[in-house]
Design a binder for this molecule. Structure first.
Ligand code: BDR
Ligand code: CA
Length: 310
């Protein structure tokens, strides 16, 4: 599978890059502000490619959401976005500072391209503004984001959607069907001390990085959630794209709340029976796939194996 990864590294993004490079033909990466600012996410993306010895171009993208002020996730991901991992001096630089042009050009020029977005959807929304036909040129569009149940950054909103709800609304409306790999499924695939020990045992720089960021995340989770296992949301989203047969999904109208005082950033999934929706509306809300469940052990193993192979 040919894949472009739009990301905001980010602890779990770092592992996702390694997993994507292992199971897919990772054609390129674009960065977006999210877990930390755009300078950091771009630098981190380059650092991960360097540590893993990946020859993948990194294109810098949006530094702020479509509306409002940037938010960040440094409380969880640390000030650098990669916890306390020691990062090398870079021997490479970004391929361009125009992620949007890269996304539009690549979607048109590469056959069977799959786009996987694991950060706020700003770049994807801007690309849709430039090329309203973007979705037609993609074989698939998968996002890590949203939830049809509880949120993580607010009671109802997941971080990536909440960080740029206007962008997410554009994507769900204009680029459906999207495969929404949200908290419904990603929270099920958790990693504990045993998995990080296995990663560290590989003894390679990339596996060490994966172990470092997973350990850091576990520390933060212990602090904030009181749990010693953590989901690697973005890595699970990669496996959804590369191993779709392992996941259960169903198609539902989804709209993004951009106005609610308490519910801004919520992915509002219409789970009513289709006949009822047809009878009483609202009509015309674009439908996307909600990924609900998976073979948790198989996905966890695929992620660890990818890291061990780096
Ligand atoms: C998502 O938010 C970010 O903090 C993670 O990298 C992931 O993409 C999970 O809600
Ligand atoms: Ca992310």
């Amino acid at each position: 599978m040919k894949l472009v990864l739009d990301c905001d590294p980010g602890l779990d993004d770092a592992v996702a890059i390694l997993v994507a490079a292992h199971y897919a033909d990772l054609v390129g990466m674009t960065t977006v502000a999210g877990n930390v600012g755009i300078n950091r996410t771009t630098r981190n993306a380059l650092a991960v490619t360097q540590i893993a010895g990946l020859d993948v171009p990194v294109h810098r993208g949006a530094g702020k959401p479509l509306a409002g002020e940037p938010v960040d996730g440094s409380r969880i991901h640390g000030d650098t976005g990669l916890g306390n991992a020691v990062l090398p001096d870079l021997d490479r630089s970004e391929a361009s500072d125009d992620a949007v042009a890269y996304l539009c050009d690549t979607a048109r020029s590469v056959d069977d391209l799959h786009l996987l977005a694991i950060g706020p959807l700003t770049n994807v929304a801007l690309a849709l503004r430039c090329d309203p036909d973007l979705r037609r040129h993609l074989a698939g569009l998968t996002i890590m984001g949203g939830s049809a149940s509880a949120g993580n950054i607010t009671s109802v909103a997941e971080f990536n959607i909440w960080a740029d709800p206007e962008a997410a609304a554009v994507v769900f409306e204009k680029a459906a069907p999207v495969a929404m790999v949200g908290l419904d499924v990603t929270n099920k695939v958790v990693f504990g001390a045993e998995e990080t020990a296995r990663m560290r045992g590989a003894g390679t720089p990339a596996a060490d990085l994966a172990a470092d960021v997973t350990d850091f995340l576990r520390d933060r989770f212990r602090q904030y959630v009181g749990e010693s296992t953590v989901p690697l949301h973005d890595a699970t989203a990669v496996i959804t794209a590369t191993h779709p047969h392992l996941f259960e999904r169903s198609l539902h109208p989804i709209a993004v709340e951009v106005r609610g005082e308490i519910t801004r950033g919520m992915t509002v999934a219409d789970l009513r029976p289709p006949a009822l929706i047809e009878a009483i509306g609202p009509a015309g809300v674009a439908a996307s796939d909600i990924v609900w469940d998976t073979d948790v052990d198989a996905v966890r193993e695929l992620i660890v194996e990818a890291v061990l192979a780096c």
